[in-house]
Design a binder for this molecule. Sequence first.
Ligand code: V0V
Ligand code: CO
Length: 142
Amino acid sequence: MLTRIDHVGIACHDLEEKIAFYESTFGLIVASREVNEEQGVKEAMLHVADGPAGSSYVQLLEPLHPDTPVGKFLAKRGEGVHHVGYGVDDVTAALEAIGAKGVRLLDERPRHGSMGASIAFLHPKDVGGVLTELVQARRLEH
Ligand code: V0V
Ligand code: CO
């Protein structure tokens, strides 16, 4: 059901500073930058690799306000890994199958994610302490 690691989400206080660090330290290149009001973040995707099942990224996340998922995380735990995003072919089908196993879904329906993806989150308490995101990448038109 999971096809790849789509991205690792990393919470930070200063997006521009962290982008510069990832560019200069690892030679990564920014693939997209977005403000997602619904998720309460300003974020950037830095491209890591392309594989047969799609691409993988580092997602750097700065909160728009303290009272957001990433804002609360930073206040409690400080900067660091916030979530893991796995690729799926069909996020609606994946949610149904995973929900049927008893894992709490934070999103009953997919939401808008970075670069046109459809995303949904699973409760970290039901995934061994890891906030887990399912990512159905935007279908590329050929
Ligand atoms: C909170 N907890 C976490 C966590 N955030 N555990 C692991 N990883 C995290 N990132 C733990 C926290 O330590 C508490 O445990 C417990 O969950 C409840 O946390 P809380 O601080 O009281 O906060 P809540 O319950 O208000 O919210 C936590 C959840 C929330 C996970 C429900 O952050 C959420 O709905 N997240 C999904 C949306 C999201 O994260 N969006 C930003 C990324 P103790 O201390 O009680 O044991 S947007 C994104 O990735 C996009 C757009 C994309 O990829 O395209
Ligand atoms: Co994410």
